[in-house]
Design a protein around this ligand. Structure first.
Ligand code: HEC
Ligand code: HEC
Ligand code: HEC
Ligand code: HEC
Ligand code: HEC
Length: 512
C-alpha cells in the first residue's frame, strides 16, 4: 500500500517537474505551451491578454515563469506585495515600456497613490496591489472592454473592496493619480496654482522676516529685548530652519541636518536667555496692563493650535511616506491606525473651532450694535501703508517702524491665511474621508482635486505657521521665547507701545 503511494508520488513529481526542466531552453511562447497542457485556462487567458502579444525584444512580455519562477509547484503563489513588486520590475523599465507605447509612470503613480503608500510604505496588506485591480492573467489595455479596470468592469473591481463604489468613483483616477493629473489640464492648473502660491508666499514671508532680523539684531540703534546674543542665535536658527524647509520641499537630501542645526541654535538661544543676564522682556514694568483677548478668544486659539499640531504630525508622514523617519511620528499616536483616528478627531475639533469663532464674531457684531468696527481683522488701506513702511524701515530707508494699530498686518496675514485655508482643508478632507460617498456624486476629477488641494494647502499652511507665526510670536528677538498674550490675554505698557502704538494712544486718551 505505502510503496504504491510512494510510486504514485514519484510519478507525479516527475510529471509535474518535467515541463519545468524542459523550460530552460524554450522561448517565451514555448514556456506558456509547456504549462498549457495542464493549465489550459491560465494559458488561454495569458495568450489573449496584452501580455500575450509578440515581443519586440526577447523577454519583453511576461511568461508563466517570469511570474511563477522556474519551480512553480514547489513555491507558494505570489502574495500581494510580491506580485506588485513583480509587475513593477517590468513596468518601471522606461525603455521596455517605450517600445510598446506604455507609460512607465504607471508604477511611480501607483506608489504615490493611497493604495501604494499603504501597501508598500506602511505594510497595510489590505490595500490594493496591481493584481487586485488588473487581475492576474487577463490583463488588458484599460480601454479594452475585457479589462478589469475599463469602463465595463471597473465598478465591480473597486466595489470588491469599497462597498457601494459607482461609476464615477471607479473612474476617479485615484489608482494612478499622476497619470490622471498629467492628462487633465484642470488638475495640472490646480497643482501649478498651489505651487506658485506657496513659493510666492514663502519668499515674501522670508523677505519680511529677514529685514526684521536685520533691524533687530544687526543694527546698532536697536537692542532686542532678549539680548543681542539670543538675537544672533535666533537668526542662525531661523536661517537653518528655512534652509531645511526649502530642502525638504525640493527633496534635497540633508534637510534633517538643517533642522537639527536649527533646533540646536534655538536651544542655545534659550539657554542664553535662561541665564537671564540680557533679558528685559516679561519683567514686570510695574505699569498699566492692556487687555487684549477674552477667555473665549484664548480658548479658540488653544483649540486651533492643538488641532493644527495634531493634524500636521499625523498628516505629513502620509504625504512624505517615502521619507522613512517620518513614520516614527506616528508612534506618538500608537501607529498608523491611531494616527488616522487622531487626524479625524483633530479635524472635527478644528472644524468646530472654525464655526465657534464665526458665531463668536457674529455675536460680537450684534452686541456692539452691528458696528463695522468689530471686524478688526479685515485688512485696511493702513495695512498696505504699514507694510510698505515696514519694508522701508527694514531696508534702513526710514528711521522708525510704522505706528501699528490693534492688529498689525502681520497678524492679519496670519489670521486670514487660516481663514483662506480652513474651507479648503475642511471640504477636501471631508471628500477624502467619505471617498465613496463623494466619489460617486462629484465629477470624476473630484478625488484627485481634493488630494492636491488637501496636501498642497496643508504644506502651505505648515510653512506659514513654521515661518511666519513661529517667528512673529516666538522667535522674534523682542518676544523670545514667546509673547504671552495668548495665555494671559494682556500686554504690558512697553509691549503695547512697541507693537500697537496707535491703539495704545486711543486707549490712553479714553482712560485719561
Ligand atoms: C503535468 C501537469 C502540469 C503541468 C505541465 C504544469 N502544472 Fe502547474 N499544477 C498542476 C497541478 C495538478 C496543480 C495543482 C492544481 C490545483 O491545486 O488546483 C498545479 C498547480 C500550479 C500552481 C498553483 C500552485 C499553488 O500554490 O496553488 C501554479 C502557480 C502552477 N501550477 C504553475 C505552473 C506553471 C507556471 C507551469 C509551467 C511552467 C505548470 N504549472 C505546469 C499540474 C501541472
Ligand atoms: C504577470 C504575472 C503572471 C503571469 C505571466 C502568470 N501568472 Fe499565474 N498567477 C499570477 C499571480 C500574481 C497569481 C496569484 C494571484 C492570487 O494570489 O490570487 C497567479 C496564480 C496562478 C495560479 C493559481 C490558480 C489560479 O488560477 O488562481 C495558477 C495555476 C497560475 N497562476 C498559472 C499560470 C500559468 C500556467 C501561467 C502561464 C500561462 C501563468 N500563471 C502566468 C501571476 C502571473
Ligand atoms: C516581463 C515584464 C512584464 C511583467 C512582469 C508585467 N508586465 Fe505588464 N506589460 C509588459 C509589456 C511589455 C506590456 C506592453 C504590451 C504590448 O502592448 O505589447 C505590458 C502591458 C501591460 C498593460 C497594458 C498597458 C497599456 O496601456 O497598454 C497593463 C495594464 C499591464 N501590463 C499590467 C501588468 C500587471 C498588473 C502586471 C503584474 C501582474 C504586469 N503587467 C507584469 C511587461 C510586463
Ligand atoms: C486600485 C486599482 C489599481 C491598482 C492597485 C493598480 N492599477 Fe493600474 N490602472 C488602474 C486603472 C483604473 C487604470 C486606468 C487608468 C486610470 O484610471 O488611471 C490603470 C492603468 C494602468 C496602466 C495603463 C497606463 C496608461 O498609460 O494608461 C498600466 C500600465 C497599469 N495600470 C499598471 C499597473 C501596475 C504595474 C500596478 C501596480 C504597481 C497597477 N497598475 C496598480 C487601476 C489600478
Ligand atoms: C484589494 C482591495 C481594494 C481594491 C480592489 C480597491 N481598493 Fe481602494 N482601498 C483599499 C483599502 C484597504 C484602502 C484603505 C482604506 C482605509 O483604510 O480607509 C483603500 C483606499 C482607497 C482610497 C483612499 C481613501 C482615502 O482615505 O483617501 C481611494 C480613493 C481608493 N481606495 C480608490 C479605489 C478605486 C478607485 C478602486 C478601483 C479602481 C479601488 N480603490 C480598489 C482597498 C482596495
Amino acid at each position: 500500500m505505502s510503496s504504491c503511494r510512494i510510486a504514485l508520488f514519484a510519478v507525479s513529481v516527475i510529471l509535474l517537474s518535467a515541463p519545468v526542466f524542459a523550460l530552460g531552453s524554450t522561448t517565451a511562447s514555448g514556456s506558456i505551451a509547456a504549462c498549457a497542457g495542464c493549465h489550459a485556462d491560465a494559458s488561454d487567458r495569458l495568450s489573449h491578454s496584452v501580455h500575450g502579444r509578440p515581443d519586440k525584444r526577447a523577454g519583453d512580455h511576461p511568461t508563466c515563469i517570469s511570474c511563477h519562477g522556474k519551480n512553480p509547484h514547489s513555491s507558494t503563489l505570489p502574495a500581494r506585495l510580491e506580485s506588485t513588486r513583480m509587475c513593477s520590475s517590468c513596468h518601471r523599465n522606461a525603455d521596455r515600456m517605450r517600445r510598446y507605447g506604455v507609460s512607465s509612470k504607471a508604477v511611480s503613480s501607483y506608489e504615490q497613490s493611497f493604495h501604494g503608500r499603504m501597501l508598500l510604505r506602511f505594510g497595510k496588506k489590505r490595500a490594493a496591489g496591481c493584481v487586485d485591480c488588473h487581475s492576474k492573467h487577463s490583463i488588458f489595455v484599460p480601454n479594452n472592454s475585457s479589462s478589469s479596470v475599463g469602463r465595463e468592469h471597473a465598478v465591480r473591481t473597486c466595489a470588491g473592496c469599497h462597498r457601494g463604489a459607482g461609476q464615477l468613483f471607479a473612474a476617479s483616477g485615484t489608482s494612478h493619480p499622476r497619470l490622471k493629473i498629467d492628462r487633465t489640464p484642470l488638475l495640472r492648473l490646480e497643482e501649478e496654482f498651489f505651487k506658485l502660491l506657496t513659493y510666492a508666499t514663502v519668499v515674501l514671508l522670508m523677505l519680511v522676516i529677514g529685514l526684521d532680523l536685520r533691524r533687530k539684531v544687526f543694527c546698532a540703534q536697536h537692542s532686542p529685548n532678549s539680548g543681542r546674543v539670543v538675537g544672533m542665535l535666533v537668526a542662525l536658527g531661523f536661517s537653518s530652519l528655512t534652509a531645511g524647509l526649502v530642502m525638504a520641499i525640493l527633496r534635497v537630501a540633508g534637510a534633517e541636518w538643517a533642522w537639527l542645526s536649527a533646533a540646536g541654535s534655538f536651544a542655545a538661544a534659550f539657554a542664553v536667555y535662561a541665564t537671564g543676564r540680557e533679558r528685559r522682556i516679561h519683567k514686570p514694568d510695574g505699569s498699566k496692563l492692556y487687555h487684549r483677548f477674552t477667555f473665549a478668544q484664548r480658548a479658540q486659539h488653544v483649540c486651533l493650535a492643538l488641532s493644527f499640531t495634531v493634524l500636521v504630525l499625523t498628516g505629513m508622514p502620509l504625504h512624505y511616506a517615502d521619507i522613512g523617519w517620518s513614520h516614527y511620528l506616528h508612534l506618538l499616536f500608537g501607529g498608523l491606525d491611531g494616527a488616522r483616528t487622531a487626524h479625524r478627531i483633530a479635524a472635527v475639533l478644528m472644524t468646530i473651532t472654525w464655526i465657534w469663532h464665526f458665531l463668536f464674531l457674529l455675536y460680537r457684531w450684534r452686541i456692539y450694535g452691528f458696528s463695522s468696527s468689530t471686524w478688526t481683522m479685515l485688512p485696511t488701506r493702513k495695512d498696505l501703508w504699514d507694510f510698505s513702511r515696514t519694508i522701508a524701515y527694514g531696508l534702513g530707508l526710514r528711521s522708525t517702524p510704522p505706528e501699528y494699530d490693534r492688529f498689525q498686518f502681520r497678524q492679519k496675514f496670519d489670521y486670514l491665511a487660516v481663514y483662506w485655508g480652513m474651507p479648503i482643508m475642511v471640504f477636501s478632507g471631508a471628500v477624502l474621508w467619505f471617498e465613496v460617498f463623494f466619489g460617486n456624486r462629484l465629477p470624476s476629477i473630484a478625488l484627485d482635486a481634493a488630494y492636491i488641494a488637501h496636501s498642497d494647502e496643508a504644506i502651505l499652511a505648515m510653512l506659514a505657521i513654521m515661518i511666519w507665526h513661529l517667528y512673529n510670536t516666538h522667535l522674534d528677538p523682542d518676544h523670545f521665547p514667546m509673547s504671552r498674550a495668548w495665555l494671559s490675554g494682556v500686554l504690558t505698557e512697553s509691549e503695547m507701545a512697541r507693537e500697537h502704538p496707535a491703539e495704545k494712544a486711543r486707549i490712553d486718551a479714553k482712560r485719561d
